[in-house]
Design a protein around this ligand. Structure first.
Ligand code: AMP
Ligand code: MG
Length: 275
């Protein structure tokens, strides 16, 4: 199911639902051949089982790391994806890192420093909940550094990711694409449900006013930083169940593509016996 979600270098991307580059498959409400939640349960369960086996192989072989980057607007479902997609896997082999407003320690280094420090070691899956891409998203939208600085970062990110890939890290990048209407519903449900109050801040409402600027910034990211070595995938994310299926499938296909093998035993197993 790689197509139609992968962004190929040179693709023109329009996230507002009109214009060149806006295929039906790239709209937030797309659900492929599925019509409702129940229909994806069975295939998702099967994929979760496959993922568990592949993760064990990744750990045993110890040759590759898998870095999964999740980006998207507030309420797009980054946390939910981590909960659901990773539900079946062994937590010992997986690290989740959330990128918040940089600390004093972090802003006094180059913007890639904190990302590089957090990449997974070989044998492991690392998930970035937000990432170094914030430095060309929120930073660009709010002019947190001059344009001359953030403009250079697209190339710097591509070079950084290339280096990671050349050193054994597989990089998958998912943009969780929700519509502005869907965000409104999700924000309202956070306001109306006391058990969700902890999830919402004034800042979330304030950021919504910059929706169009964010879409522009995301389009730039998708067009400039989807590379042969570290592609972006636009994930239709209005329907959580479809989002989970597409992402899990992509992770499974990627791990399968590594053609991993269990390492040879370190002892001659044929002569081992247990009393
Ligand atoms: P949340 O994901 O809801 O916990 O929010 C984290 C916040 O940190 C978001 O508003 C991000 O935009 C912000 N953030 C993450 N990285 C950066 C960055 N490099 N510069 C400024 N703000 C950032
Ligand atoms: Mg938030």
């Amino acid at each position: 199911m790689e197509r139609p979600f992968i962004v190929k270098p040179g693709d023109s991307i329009s996230l507002n639902g009109v214009g060149k580059g806006c295929d039906l498959e790239r709209t937030p409400e797309y659900t492929g051949a599925y019509r409702k939640k129940g229909e994806t349960k069975k295939p998702l369960k099967k994929l979760n089982k496959q993922m568990l086996k592949l993760q064990e192989l990744l750990y045993a072989e110890n040759q590759h790391a898998l870095l999964i980057i999740l980006q998207g607007m507030d309420t797009c479902g980054k946390d939910g994806t981590i909960r659901k997609v990773m539900a079946g896997i062994n937590v010992q082999g997986c690290d989740v890192v959330s990128f918040k407003v940089p600390s004093v320690d972090e802003v006094s280094r180059d913007f890639l420093w904190r990302a590089h420090k957090a990449v997974p070691q070989k044998g492991k899956i690392g998930i970035f909940n937000r990432s170094h891409y914030e430095d060309v998203l929120v930073v660009r939208v709010h002019d947190l550094v001059p344009k001359s600085v953030w403009k250079q970062r697209y190339q710097q990110i591509n070079d950084f990711e290339k280096m990671l890939v050349e050193n054994g890290t597989v990089v998958l990048k998912f943009f969780l694409h929700i519509s502005k209407d869907e965000q409104k519903e999700r924000l309202e449900s956070r306001i109306n449900d006391p058990s969700k109050h902890w999830k919402i801040t004034e800042a979330d409402i304030r950021e919504r006013a910059y929706w169009d600027d964010y879409m522009q910034a995301y389009e730039a990211v998708l067009q400039k930083c989807s590379t042969d070595w570290a592609p972006w995938y636009i994930i239709p994310a209005n329907k959580k169940w479809y989002r989970n299926l597409v992402i899990t499938e992509r992770i499974v296909k990627t791990l399968e593509g590594l053609d991993m093998k269990f390492p040879k035993p370190t002892s001659d197993v044929s002569i081992l016996s247990v009393d």
